[in-house]
Design a protein around this ligand. Sequence first.
Ligand SMILES: [Zn+2]
Length: 129
Amino acid sequence: MVIDCTDNFATRQMINRACVQHRVPLVSGAAIGFDAQVSVYDSRDGAWPCYACLFAPDAPPQEVQCATMGVFAPLVGIIGSMQAAEAIKLITGAGQSLAGRLLMLDVRTLQTSTIAMARDPHCQVCGAR
Ligand SMILES: [Zn+2]
């Protein structure tokens, strides 16, 4: 598996493409300011979406990076631990991974929300497999 802790859209897209091509699970985490998100993009199972299903490669968001925008320091530790937990769950088969779901955390309130993610049949990365 790959655990992605990078801080820019282009690199995340390249990592996702490689993971889909080689059918390697991707544990993705991102944090900026007081907000973060974690998910698992598991291309071993064709039912789950890849990163590009949710974030189209040809529609990059306004790039915000920790280096310029800052990040609440403990948040990266929290998200890193969540990614480690997802990785161990994938290795051991324990519990239910975040595949197909995006967990978002607002560290100001420590409230989480989770949204279901669907695979995009027209995805530029995984749609043609
Ligand atoms: Zn996809």
